[in-house]
Design a protein around this ligand. Sequence first.
Ligand SMILES: [Zn+2]
Ligand SMILES: [Zn+2]
Length: 518
Amino acid sequence: MSLAYLVAFVSVTICASTPTAENLVNTEVIEYLQRYGYLKEANVSTHTSIEDDKIKEAIALFQEYYQIPGNGILNDNTLDQMRKPRCGLPDMPHQEHNTNTVKWKKTHLTWNFHLADANTLKLATYAFSIWAANTSLTFERKTLNPDILISYRGGIHTYIDNRREETICSGLFDGPGGVLAHAFPPMNDPMQSTEIHVDVAEPWFIQLNESVSENKLHLLYTLTHEIGHSLGLSHNHRADSLMFPYVTDKSATLSIEDILAIQRLYGKNQNEVPSTRSPSVTTDTRKTSTQNLCDLPYVDNVLVLKHHIFVTYRKSIWVIAINGKRYKGPLALNDYLRFLPANVSINAVYQRPSEEIVMFANNKIYMVDYPSFQLKNGWPKTHSDLNFPAEMRVNAALVTNRGQTYVIFDGDSVALMNECDMTIREYHSLKAIFPGIPSSPTAAYRYIDGSLHFLQKRQYYKFNEFTQTVTNADTFDMKILNVNCPTDGLLRQLQDLLNRLLQSNNLLEYTTEDALDD
Ligand SMILES: [Zn+2]
Ligand SMILES: [Zn+2]
């Protein structure tokens, strides 16, 4: 380098105006307010002073959204909030986008996480299940042209969908911190996927359990949030909402407002379990008695005994050999268990360590001898006989490997039972005892391998009580009970016919657990 050139270079460096720290903050704040929809005026540039009325108005709006005092004056709390890791979508959508509700025109949606490993796929399945549990939506992974396509992206990036060639994404990522992810609203376009982009530069924690390692970000939380956007939801200013724009230490569960918002778009879960307070009395027994085990949308209860697994759905029961190879059913519940009134379904069932079977049905508690399946003297008892809370519905019950009996109520509470006198010893939150299991599981049982299984209608969660973690989450399938359901319709009909022939002799003879051995 010649001396003359060096001198020229130095002088240029000195002459260039260096931005002051104040200017940088000014630019940062104005860019933030514009990006997240607080500042809509087009004639504002990053050189506008933050003392300008329009900017003050926008800062005041931001402070109101996040409940930070300041009256439009930029203070440390405001700046700190702006600098926290967050979703890249605006908080205040532009008015013109608000007039039309964007939603999917179908309720069965397919998804994929581009080239993800097994752990990430498990986590994504779980994230979708959180939304599915409360709506009519169903999700299925599909690698070819799915409706929703998730991918890791970094910096300025393209869409991952091959059909969009190499179009640059309208959002950009800024390395660690700042923007964590962004998603697009439902496209309803068979020619392109609705994409979710996750910033690859973030230190993601990719496990289902809630105890995040230090300095890591929970991918489950962010992904569940972004899926909310891809289903048509926008941000919510309440910190307990999954649609809150910033990462919180909250678990990935929907708030009441989230549930209402998603149900406004897609309606409730069609397979809602009927409440025991209003047992659905129907004279149409034809429908339940012809139901094939392999065609059930979900099951009400699973009871794993020594040789057999019992499955109930509404007013029917199936008896499955413990290895899953053979099964009988459907049998009418009150034919099989004659002490039960007609038209009653079972809410929860478990086997005590002393082997009796306890059933919660019809707002009563039944104590049943095993293996005779005869009702014990003095039973059933009412909830108040045993000091059970009258206002809470029992959804599920199970005995852990440690021999503790938990009764799980609708909502977030569980009760540890005292098996000596069948009373409640103490209450806990579901989260404290079974972290990672979503609210209101509809069935729970300990499987033959010692893992605890929780069902929330169609969703299935496998829980390891020793590591206190959810080890698998998926859509419930009879395969989980080792029952091999033929996928072919004709084969299924044949199997159905075979089952019918097997049990056509006399339904009532199967009154003991040996139903399959005779
Ligand atoms: Zn968001
Ligand atoms: Zn993007």
